[in-house]
Ligand binder design. Structure first.
Ligand code: AMP
Length: 637
């Protein structure tokens, strides 16, 4: 394919003639049976890509490369938590995936069935995901930081036939014992699977004795030389479910296909990330998030690259660790979230300068707004281009970016760039649904059809997919991202935050409703409002304003501190530490409208030291005054 394409024509063609555009891109992957049609638009807002075509994600990510790169590293694993480093060539990866697939098959995993993966950042997580893909089973990876009730809720929604887990995770030098979490989730879930396949890292004391427990290691030995054929799946068969937070307390299972996802990721590697076969990519995220699915695992492997998987923090053993990884593994592309860079900014710059970064071409950042000082600092410090890109779990790959593999447009500070090919991205007025003039704030929407690789539906709930995503912009059947933005006359979009009650802490999406539900489960809590406020490092932090059943329980500061700590622990138990509010404040009432609706935006404004503006519908203005005083008192502390 030619290397220089004019962005505007390229994008235009992808919208005006998606069939021709994506037919060309589909040649990037292997089809066991060619597709009959590129796009089936017979049932909007659902779109089906490459109908009738049969393919397999694992075949494309692993087997296809054996002929030319069997001895090239596919996966380099580094854990600074355990000191373990392992390298797997494509041949090794193929063997491990076959073993894992044979083990899963022996435990009853078949095409179309779900496997829930609750694992830390270990190579077996990659083997397990690829083994599911090989068998035609649907994986659902749950981030290891989620607590037992969250895990149980996902089990009940996905109804897996197998759960794959480990004895423990590790973070910042601390071992996190998974077994009590898994035991509790298995006990809570109504649809608990018959088996839990345990990867024993020998980090936690052996306590797993439950009847559903199956140890991986002996089975792996038994199936050491197994060969498991790839199941050829119709392009639109589901490949995975990944849960994400929304406005309600119930997470949504984002369902993705096989063929469209493979094509979209392979194309994005060239056009957006500039990755080539043989390159090495280090994506510092977690397999529990969409960035991990797409850019730790599938996209680099589909492209015949080497992917670096890292367990650890950017600060241990010191703040130079990531840069030493770049030097040691000759990393060409790096991808992380702005929060990590804000954390590293506080470190001695000598740590960065000490490493040979000559292999590195570009640093990609996504997941939350990239502030200008952070972008400038890291770009100057590295002497490399930094490329912001905007997307979400639902889309699977970037919606906005400077697409260097199409045309190297100039960067605009504070903006992730221009709409990516395939996305008919339009900013619309929240009341009229009409397109906004440039320079005017609007909701970021996508026209039908979403391009390949995007979510197909909400797992098991087509109606929710339609209602949530396609019926929220007045008068228009368009997909809402639930993000505010503003677009300039050259097409650059700047993101201005969420339109819903979702907050973004350190690049992780959290529903304030979910945190509120967790807090409400504490016996002393009568009512609670959770809002996101600006945070210098994490982008946003969650603050909770709690009304107690009995106000005297927090009458003196010591009792209040104890109660706030107990409430935070409740969130840890219900949701996981990632949902824990940065601060719990006690108030005697919450500001509401006369019809009883919480005035969250007003609370968030006050919590950030801004004035909320006129609120003619407020029931009792003294509630606002209380929040103002509470926040001011906390600032003084
Ligand atoms: P998640 O689905 O967890 O990846 O979260 C997606 C949300 O993160 C988006 O809807 C945005 O609110 C935010 N987001 C992701 N990438 C960016 C970015 N580059 N700039 C600003 N916000 C972003």
């Amino acid at each position: 394919m030619q290397n220089v394409r004019r962005y505007r024509d390229f994008h235009r063609e992808s919208i005006d003639n998606p069939e021709a555009f994506w037919r060309r891109e589909a040649a990037r992957i292997h089809w066991d049976t060619p597709f009959d049609s590129v796009l089936d638009r017979s049932n909007p807002p659902f779109a089906r890509w490459f109908t009738g075509g049969r393919t397999n994600l694992c075949f494309n990510a692993v087997d296809r490369h054996l002929a030319s790169r069997a001895q090239q590293n596919a996966l380099v694993y580094v854990s600074t938590e355990t000191g373990i480093e392992r390298r797997y060539t494509y041949a090794d990866l193929h063997a491990e995936v076959n073993r894992m697939a044979a083990v899963m098959r022996s435990l009853g995993v078949k095409r179309g069935e779900r496997v829930l993966i609750y694992l830390p950042m270990i190579p077996e997580a990659v083997f397990a995901m690829l083994a599911c893909a090989r068998l035609g089973a649907i994986h659902s990876v749950v981030f290891g930081g989620f607590a037992a009730p969250s895990l149980a809720a996902r089990i009940d929604d996905a109804r897996p036939v197998l759960l794959v887990s480990a004895d423990a995770g590790a973070r910042g030098g601390k071992v996190i014992d998974y077994t009590p979490l898994v035991d509790e989730a298995m006990a809570r879930a109504e649809h608990a699977p018959p088996h839990v396949l345990l990867i024993d890292r020998q980090l936690a004391p052996e306590r797993f004795s439950a009847p559903y427990l199956v140890h991986y290691e002996p089975l792996r030995a038994q199936f050491h030389d197994a060969q498991v054929p790839c199941e050829w799946l119709e392009s639109n068969a589901p490949s995975y479910i990944l849960y994400t937070s929304g406005t309600t307390g119930k997470p949504k299972g984002v369902q993705r296909d096989v063929g469209g996802y493979a094509v979209a990721l392979a194309a994005s590697m060239e056009y957006i990330f500039g990755g080539r076969a043989g390159d090495t990519m280090f994506t510092a995220s977690d397999i529990g998030w969409v960035v991990g699915h797409s850019y730790i695992i599938y996209a680099p492997l589909l492209a015949g690259m080497t992917t670096v998987m890292y367990e650890g923090t950017p600060l241990r053993p010191d703040g130079g660790i990531w840069w030493r990884l770049v030097e040691q593994h000759r990393i060409n592309l790096m991808f992380t979230a702005p929060t990590a860079i804000r954390v590293l900014k506080k470190q001695d710059p000598a740590l960065l300068r000490a490493a040979d970064l000559s292999s590195l071409r570009t640093l990609f950042l996504a997941g939350e707004p990239l502030d200008e000082p952070t972008a400038t600092w890291i770009s100057d410090a590295l002497g490399k281009p930094v490329v912001d890109n905007y997307w979400q779990t639902e889309t699977g790959w970037p919606m906005l970016a400077i697409q260097g593999g199409v045309e190297a447009l100039p960067q605009k500070p504070g903006s992730p760039g221009v709409p990516c090919y395939g996305y008919d991205l339009v900013l619309r007025d929240e009341h009229t649904g009409e397109p906004c003039a440039s320079g005017t704030k609007g909701v970021i929407t996508l026209g039908y059809p979403l391009p390949p690789g995007c979510m197909q539906t909400v797992w098991g709930d087509d109606a929710r997919f339609v209602k949530t995503y396609w019926e929220s912009v007045p008068g228009q059947q368009v997909y809402s991202t639930f993000d505010w933005g503003v677009q300039d006359k050259n097409g650059y979009v700047t993101i201005l935050g969420r339109t819903d009650d979702v907050i973004n802490v350190a690049g992780h999406r959290l529903g304030t409703r979910e945190i509120e539900e967790a807090i409400s489960s504490h016996a002393s809590v009568a009512e609670v409002a959770v809002v996101g406020v600006n945070d210098a490092v994490k982008g946003q932090a969650a603050l909770a304003f709690v009304v107690l059943r009995d106000a005297s329980a927090a009458a003196d500061p010591k009792a209040a501190d104890r109660l706030a700590a107990a409430i935070a622990t409740t969130v840890d138990r219900q949701l996981g530490a990632i949902g824990r509010p940065a601060r719990v404040h006690f108030v005697s009432m919450l500001p509401k409208t006369r019809s009883g609706k919480l005035l969250r935006r007003a609370i968030a404004a006050l919590a950030e030291g801004r004035e909320p503006g006129d609120l003619p519908t407020i029931e009792d203005a003294s509630a606002l005054q209380q929040i103002r005083e509470t926040v001011q008192a906390a600032r003084k502390e």
